[in-house]
Every structure is written in C-alpha cells, then in structure tokens.
Design a protein around this ligand. Structure first.
Ligand code: SF4
Ligand code: SF4
Length: 291
C-alpha cells in the first residue's frame, strides 16, 4: 500500500501537533518579510529551531568555533523519538526564549542562518513511502498571528521562495541525514533498537564533525577501513566531504549497508589486539606472592 510512513519537518515548530495541509513546490503563497515591517524580529523572539548537520557546519565556521565548542555553547540536545536518535536545537538566550543571534538590525548570522529560519513561514515535510527507497519533499504553510508577512501583496511560489532563501544547497547537503532519520524511524523492529554505541556514533558523526574527523583520521580507523590516501586527505581538509562521508558511514554502522570497504585483515588485527589487551589485564591480576 502506498502509505506515508514518516514525516520530519524543517520547521521552527517541530512540536506543533497540527497536521498541516501539504503543498507542492509549485504552489503559490503570499508572503514578504522586510525590514520596517511592524512585526520585525517577532519570529526570532521565541524560537524552537532544530539544526541539521549542515546548519551546524555553517554556524561553527561562521563563529570560528570547533563543532564541540559550538554544541556546548549554542545548542541543546533533544530526543527525536523515545530511546532513539538525538537531535540538536539552538539554545535561546539565558532565561528567555529569544534567539541569541537576534539583533535590532535582524539576524546577526544571516548568510549562515539555519534551514528552519530560511524556510519560515514554509515548513519542509520530508517523507518516505513504504514502497519507495528514497525520500520526497512537500511543504506546508505556517501561519502565525504575529507574522504580518502574510498580509504583504507579494505572490511567490514555494520553489521561488526556496531559491531566494538559498535552500537548494541546504536541502541537498542535509539529504543524507534526513534519509538516515527516516530510515531509522520507518524500519522499526526489522532493524532493531540501535545500540548505545551506534547512537553515540550518530551524534558524533552528524553534529560533532571535528571530533568525527579525529576518529576517521585515527590509526585505528585507517587500520580497519580501506580508504584511498587522496580521499583520506580530503576528509581531513574538507568539512562538507567529511559530513557526506559521515552519512555513508552511519548507513553502514546502523543498517549494514556496506559502502566503505573493510581491510581484509582488519578483523584479525582487531581480535589480536583484543587478545593482547586481555593478556595484559590478566597478567596484572596474577598475584606476585609474598603477601
Ligand atoms: S538564527 Fe537568525 S533568523 Fe534564525 S532565529 Fe536566530 S536571529 Fe532569527
Ligand atoms: S514578517 Fe514574519 S518572518 Fe518577517 S519579521 Fe515579521 S514575524 Fe518574522
């Protein structure tokens, strides 16, 4: 049966229980946000913004932080589903709900603002049907009383609006992450509950890219995976390449979809190291006598 199995939204309102009307990209909406409008900044004063891995990559670069520093200073984790994978939201100002990047002049990180901010007042609904392997997108319009942009006399299609907001790039680079989440949510018991280790890997690979880089360039990883030196060099230097590799790696770890070759002797070497460690631990336990 052609049944929608899941939805996730790039919306500032992920908790909103209302199921919105689905729109295609060719649908025309009426909207303009402009400086000087009476509701200026109202939308940034009360945020609930989930971040994609590419949002984090752009913001941490913009702020000159490592991904770990950015996560600690600017985000809060949240559970996307019970006992499941974790997402990350922008942390609002201390004791308030406003965005920390909001200024009287507008967004302080405008050219690197997150996907949900770009989409607003449109919400992206990414979904996967039971009989399809890939995801597809449709949209919904979020109408809030405080947002006066809907009263502006400007018709625009959602496709045009997405282009204006630079969303082709943002959506393309977050696709691998959305597919992972949809696959995890829709695969249910066939895949089973992911181990704690794979959930930790998910968090690191998706959100803490600089730490994932250390992991990928470590001797242990190089010993286990057969990766061409030139590609490994690119992973060390290029955040976007590394992020896309992270999604591939997670498909392998979480769903057994092998696309990264293991070295032939990797398993034996790992077992030998394990035995060595066990032997060392054992020899420490041996009583030395005379006590
Ligand atoms: S990041 Fe910018 S656009 Fe998004 S909520 Fe904050 S101030 Fe507003
Ligand atoms: S028109 Fe809407 S999006 Fe623009 S500032 Fe007002 S509330 Fe925010």
């Amino acid at each position: 049966m052609d049944k929608i199995t899941n939805l996730i939204g790039a919306s500032p309102f992920p908790q909103n229980p209302v199921v919105p009307q689905m729109l295609e990209g060719s649908a025309t909406i009426r909207f303009r946000c402009r400086k000087g409008i009476a509701c200026w900044n109202a939308c940034c004063g009360n945020i609930d913004i989930a971040l994609t891995p590419y949002d984090i990559l752009r913001l941490k670069r913009r702020l000159g932080l490592t991904s770990s520093e950015f996560l600690v200073q600017y985000t809060l984790p949240y559970e996307m589903e019970k006992d499941g994978i974790t997402g990350v939201k922008l942390k609002p100002v201390e004791n308030g709900s406003a965005c920390r990047f909001m200024t009287a002049d507008g967004c302080d990180v405008y050219s690197d603002r997150p996907t949900a901010c770009r989409y607003y007042p449109v919400a992206l609904l990414s979904m996967r049907r039971q009989d399809e392997y890939t995801d597809r997108s449709s949209y919904a319009l979020v109408k809030e009383d405080h947002c006066l942009g809907h009263n502006e006399p400007r018709p625009v299609t959602i496709d045009e609006y997405r282009k204006e907001q630079g969303l082709d790039e943002y959506d393309e680079l977050a696709r691998g992450w959305r597919q992972l989440i949809l696959k995890k949510k829709s695969s249910g018991p066939t895949v089973g509950k992911p181990s704690k280790r794979s959930l930790q890997l998910f968090f690191m690979a998706c959100y803490d890219l600089d730490r994932f880089r250390e992991f990928v360039t470590s001797p242990g990883f190089r010993e286990a995976y057969d990766i061409e030196p030139a590609f490994m060099e690119r992973l060390g230097a290029d955040d976007v390449e590394l992020m896309q590799f992270a999604f591939r790696f997670l498909r392998q770890v979480m769903f057994g979809e092998e696309s990264i070759k293991l070295k032939a002797d990797a398993v034996e070497k790992r077992l030998a190291r394990k035995r060595e460690r066990e032997e060392q631990a054992g020899s420490k336990d041996v009583p030395t006598g005379g006590e």
